[in-house]
Write a protein that binds this ligand. Sequence first.
Ligand SMILES: Cc1cc2nc3c(=O)[nH]c(=O)nc-3n(C[C@H](O)[C@H](O)[C@H](O)COP(=O)(O)OP(=O)(O)OC[C@H]3O[C@@H](n4cnc5c(N)ncnc54)[C@H](O)[C@@H]3O)c2cc1C
Length: 473
Amino acid sequence: MNDFMKEQGKPRKAIVIGNSMAGKLAARVLSDYFDTVTIIEQDPQPEGPYPRKGTPQSYHTHGLLKSGENTLDKFFPGIMQELEGHGGERLDFIRDISWVYQNFHFVRFNSGFEVVSQSRPLLEWRVHQRLLQRSNIEFAYSHRVVQYISSPGENRFTGVETENLVTRQSERLEADLIVDAAGSATKTPDQLLKHGFDSLSQSEVHINLAYATRMYERDPSVSHDYKSVIVFPNPPEVSKGGLTFPIEGDRWSVTLVGYGDGNHPPRDDQGFLNFAKSLTHPHLYDHIKSLKPAGDIHVYRFPSQVRRHYEKLDRFPSGLIVIGDAFCRFNPVFGQGVSIACLEALELQKVLQEVRTGKIKAEGIPNAFHKRVSALVEPTWMTATSDAFLYPNTKGKKPGGLGFMQWYVRRLYRLSEYDQDVYGKFIRILHMVEKPTELFKPAMIYKVMRAKMPKPDKRTPGSPVNRDREQTL
Ligand SMILES: Cc1cc2nc3c(=O)[nH]c(=O)nc-3n(C[C@H](O)[C@H](O)[C@H](O)COP(=O)(O)OP(=O)(O)OC[C@H]3O[C@@H](n4cnc5c(N)ncnc54)[C@H](O)[C@@H]3O)c2cc1C
């Protein structure tokens, strides 16, 4: 089975840097093509579904989109059911979420578009358990990659040098393919320069976003007509938002977010509640005000979203690819990072399959993979960037057609208050199970042009019309 480049007659090895979601997914794919896959992770061996130092975002609410669920189920059959069995909460993403954005309160109806909501640590832990069942995947915990090794005169990386964080000793590990899944701590841009390659271009949009998350107790005997609440900002006037999702252990994961100095959520008890109260709609505050906290408030600063243009480099060493947040790191509020990593892993699988069938050469892996990943992240990058520039303090290069995009999307949000077809389509695109081009088909353009926009001065946050409709569900 593991016949990748077998013609050279020796066991094939792959290294993955980083044992987070992108690294785990890459390892899952590589294990079908390489004899040994070694995941190098700076954190110690995990002992359960708990947050860890190398992934501080794991304290915060993590949504998994439908495309991510579908891919995980493909790589690890039955895993979504397993997550539900461990306390993940199944919800209809349209019926069960009360979602206000830009003061538009989206329509709710039985859609059958279901996802499972769980904490990030549980998701990562269950995926980890599946990897442990694959005999050719091994782990080097408490090892930090310090640099890449290239063979003299060759346009190729051949391994990595690590520091064992327990013994403080330096170790070398060779591989036929190295996968950089180290997230924002990626060493690839520096290592390329150090090994004589051109400097990498990157797109960076400074959003100055901050997160604060707290768990609350959830009484399963108390039912609401919703299972989740999202109150997103109404930029440029209001740059604060928040959300809550039910997770395992009968808890609510409550996250508050704010863009720009002066809008960052605080970490003290009363400040947290006051912030929730200051949002454009009272639903989130009303939901949490009487709940009992089940943990501390954790904060996270997210200065910018970054996209690295590996696909544009004329010269790139063979033997190395970059995946996950190390390639492109999005504003996390739309919950796309893990699902994008899933889709990138699918692209990796396709590329390796093409090598196996002789369609492309092993040396062509980085070029083929980076081009596909770049095309994959492009629409999400564009929509995330267009959204980012609604906030007054966002800095960076504005994409072409920004004004039109923002105008069009705002009308889509307005339509999503009352048009089930439009909202259903919007949700499927958000979940990356349909292409964004669907939004620009003639029937949709017609609806968008005819959308009746509210007069700004007559608009109050969370229209009573929608609140009434919610109550009748
Ligand atoms: C606040 C916040 C909220 C988020 N919410 C969501 C959400 O709701 N939904 C969603 O899909 N995504 C969300 N994301 C994004 C998501 O967490 C990431 O996209 C996802 O974890 C994939 O990232 P990754 O695996 O590429 O990198 P990371 O998760 O950053 O992991 C990198 C790994 O590499 C290890 N590492 C780093 N350097 C080295 C080294 N030199 N040697 C060895 N090991 C190393 C780290 O310890 C870590 O384990 C959120 C992100 C943030 C910051």
